[in-house]
Design a protein around this ligand. Structure first.
Ligand SMILES: NC(=[NH2+])NCCC[C@H](N)C(=O)O
Ligand SMILES: [Mn+2]
Ligand SMILES: [Mn+2]
Length: 332
């Protein structure tokens, strides 16, 4: 099988640094991408044989919102919308050019932009979401009001987001001509993805409202329980069988480093014990590289301001090595 079936030659990874923390309350996650690049990510990916494009970090300084009062309890909807719609343009541009966008965050609300970006070019892609959390709360179910806990519900166009969807996230729609609304034949906002295109691995801190959403929509999730029960090798096989049965569809991998156990990746805003080991996390990335189908990659929620110097270096290093694993680093 040829590697990287959908990318143009020479294979190019575009590193998109997104120092953004507006989808959650803890400062510092906006320093994540700077640390990853300072740790040598660009040269590391070059040494794997990739052409690397990195044009600096996107500060989104032009996106200033004059006051951003919460809508209900949803915090900073205008800022998150402005930044993530800009991200979708950047990622969409790279995808359209046949490059592999690697977005380094930054908090996980950024996935609103990264996923629309890649799905704009590859509407039939699948999304593999690696996380301790499901990030599928709606404006109605969220307890925290933090948008980094909500991107998946907005991408799926689930009910419950009426208070923010039409006002702030109307751009979050799958581009396409002639999309019509069943028998009424009206143009309609089409969700960026459907439940069948999505699979989760690593879940262990899912809110009650999120559980109901997962169940009602038949969304496939492999929690840590399944990772323990079947082993990560089998879980990856089952996950791919679900979203990519013939191994021919493009894959977007969105990796929240809090999927890893806090002993492996301590510097993150919402750590949850009982997570993936170092090897399990890397195995996921390696297995996706092996498919040759990766078209978009996010490494999210590295927050270097949490924990001491040592753990910061540890989490930053793990972030870099996950990216390398997804881009083909092999031990042999
Ligand atoms: N991307 C993350 N780390 N998300 C954590 C979400 C936590 C919680 N479920 C919430 O809605 O706030
Ligand atoms: Mn998480
Ligand atoms: Mn997340």
């Amino acid at each position: 099988m040829s590697t990287h079936r959908f990318l143009t030659e020479p294979h190019t990874v575009a590193i998109v640094g997104c120092p953004f923390s507006g989808g959650q309350p803890r400062p510092g996650v906006d320093k994540g991408p700077i640390h990853l690049v300072n740790a040598g990510l660009v040269d590391q990916l070059k040494s794997l044989g990739w052409a690397v494009e990195f044009a600096g970090h996107h500060l989104f300084e032009d996106i200033s919102v004059q006051g951003d009062p919460p809508v209900g309890i949803v915090k900073r909807p205008r800022l998150v919308s402005g930044v993530t719609s800009a991200v979708s343009q950047i990622i969409g541009g790279h995808a359209a050019q046949g490059r592999l966008p690697l977005t380094i965050g930054g908090d996980h609300s950024l996935a609103l932009g990264t996923i629309l970006g890649t799905f704009g070019k590859y509407p039939n892609a699948c999304l593999i979401w690696i996380d301790a959390h499901a990030d599928i709360n709606t404006a109605t179910t969220t307890d925290s009001g933090n948008l980094h806990g909500m991107p998946v519900s907005l991408l799926l166009g689930l009910p419950g987001n009426e208070s923010i969807e039409d006002t702030y996230f109307s751009w979050l729609t799958q581009p396409g001509v002639g999309i019509t609304n069943g028998e009424h034949n009206k143009p309609t906002k089409r969700p960026v993805l459907t439940p069948a295109q999505l699979v989760y691995i690593g879940l262990r801190d899912v809110d009650a409202g999120e559980r109901a959403i997962l169940r009602q929509n038949g969304i496939k999730a492999f929690s840590m329980h399944e990772v323990d029960k079947f082993g990560i090798g089998k879980v990856m096989e089952m996950a791919l069988d679900h979203v990519n049965p013939n191994r021919d569809l493009p894959i977007h991998l969105s990796f929240d480093v809090d999927a890893l156990d806090p002993s492996v990746a301590p510097s993150t805003g919402t750590p949850v014990r009982g997570g993936l080991t170092f090897r399990e996390g890397h195995y996921i990335c390696e297995a996706i590289h092996e498919t040759g189908l990766l078209v978009g990659l996010d490494i999210m929620e590295v927050n270097p301001s949490l924990e001491d110097e040592g753990s910061v270096q540890q989490t930053v290093k793990v972030g870099c090595s996950l990216a390398r694993a997804a881009l083909g680093e092999t031990l042999l």
